[in-house]
Design a protein around this ligand. Sequence first.
Ligand SMILES: [Zn+2]
Length: 72
Amino acid sequence: MSARVRTAVKQRVCILTDLVDSFEAYFAEHSGCAALAAAIVEAEQRDAAWAVAWMVCGGCGVRWERHLKLHA
Ligand SMILES: [Zn+2]
């Protein structure tokens, strides 16, 4: 693996870790709710790669979403 690729992978892991950490804080608040839907996905938007975490709690009427740009 080249140094450039290794740096890119490290950045990606940092971004995803950041996303998962903030996601878990919100998820924990609603882990006991019945109507909870959540996912972390990667998406191509506006010619860039994004990591997207989202959570919807139907019971509480809460919707949370966070996009972080992945440096390709
Ligand atoms: Zn809830």
